[in-house]
Design a protein around this ligand. Structure first.
Ligand SMILES: NC(=O)c1ccc[n+]([C@@H]2O[C@H](COP(=O)([O-])OP(=O)(O)OC[C@H]3O[C@@H](n4cnc5c(N)ncnc54)[C@H](O)[C@@H]3O)[C@@H](O)[C@H]2O)c1
Length: 306
């Protein structure tokens, strides 16, 4: 896709990565970030990504940072919203966007869970509203779920998928605006069972992590569950389902084990204990392992595209 003018609303964790990947694809990106201290660290954060990839820092000239919405989105063809996860706030932002951009500017929300159908409900031109769910960090994880709202037009979907594909992402079309879209539903189905197994004393939390990393997870990056089922045969998949499914956890709502942890302030690495116990060193080692892996994968993907 030729170079476009693109707006990004919110220059936080997700917004700065989205701005980077679009700027690296050659687009002119205007970021609106209301917090002065977040604006102040944006150039450093963008530069850190350029250093990570060994990119020419000149590409950062494609990004302008603004303390007001209008100058950031001016004549934008696309706007990606990455503001906090609050429906009234996102609705206010989209209402302001509608008055600031052309009627056919595509308005995409990076909401993790709020349907873009709700975010765009009160707009005049709802056909240009779409969900684009990036995964953190957006400049390293390839997937973007492109979620069709009740009103999204086919042309808006096509153009959004094309922009993201050309920027090196792997966009997928999610045909219905269901909570959690596809990726988070799958991820949380796995977490629900993991929590129930630990709560029932079947194994400890560390064992769950080893089983997933060293077992199914070892092949998941190259083999999805549907092709894995086809690989082993649906007859086997059926036989296992018949024995197993009735025994899987079906707790409606968060499991009491999780509720209790949160109630006790055991929130994970940030408090030193969650499902497992953490020191700053062991938590740092996990972050480092994840970052090294994602960077390696992202670099390999970039190389294979050249
Ligand atoms: N963090 C993740 O792993 C992740 C993954 C996928 C999607 N998301 C979604 O992306 C969105 C942003 O999340 P984040 O993790 O980047 O949060 P964040 O808090 O790091 O960033 C949000 C930014 O928006 C700014 N902001 C506040 N009010 C604003 C306004 N009125 N207009 C514009 N900007 C405003 C904040 O100052 C902040 O810098 C949320 O909807 C979140 O659910 C997050």
């Amino acid at each position: 896709m030729s170079a476009q003018k693109i707006g990004v609303i919110g220059g936080g964790l997700m917004g700065h990565g989205i701005a980077y990947l679009l700027a690296a694809a050659g687009h002119a990106v205007g970021v609106f970030e209301p917090e002065a201290k977040i604006r102040a660290i944006l150039p450093k954060r963008l530069r850190a990504i350029a250093d990570l990839f060994g990119d020419d820092v000149a590409l950062l000239e494609n990004v302008s940072v603004h303390d007001q919405l209008r100058p950031a989105v001016g004549d934008a063809r696309f706007v990606f919203e990455a503001a906090p996860e609050k429906l009234p706030l996102k609705q206010r932002i989209f209402a302001e966007l509608e008055s600031a951009v052309a009627p056919d500017t595509i308005l995409a929300s990076n909401s993790s869970a709020i349907p873009s159908t709700e975010i765009g409900r009160h707009l005049k031109h709802r056909e240009r509203v779409v969900g684009t769910h990036f995964w953190n960090p957006p400049h390293l994880v390839p997937l973007v779920e492109v979620i069709e709202s009740e009103k999204t037009s086919g042309e808006v979907l096509r153009a959004t998928m094309e922009l993201l594909r050309d920027a090196g992402k792997t966009p997928v079309h999610v045909r219905r605006d269901v909570p959690g879209f596809v990726g988070n539903r799958l991820q949380h189905a796995l977490k629900r069972e993991a929590i129930a197994l630990v709560a029932a004393g079947v194994c400890d939390a560390e064992t769950i992590d080893i089983v997933v990393r060293e077992g199914p997870g070892a092949r998941m990056a190259v083999l999805g569950p549907m092709e894995q089922s086809d690989l082993v045969g649906l007859d086997l998949t059926f036989d296992i389902a018949e024995v197993l499914y009735a025994d899987l956890d079906r707790t409606a709502g968060p499991h009491d084990f999780l509720r209790q942890k949160v109630g006790d302030g055991k929130l994970g690495m940030k408090t030193g204990e969650g499902f497992r116990r953490w020191t700053p060193e062991t938590a740092g080692a996990v972050r480092e392992r994840l970052s090294r892996f994602l960077v390696q994968q992202a670099k390999a993907r970039r190389k294979s595209r050249v």
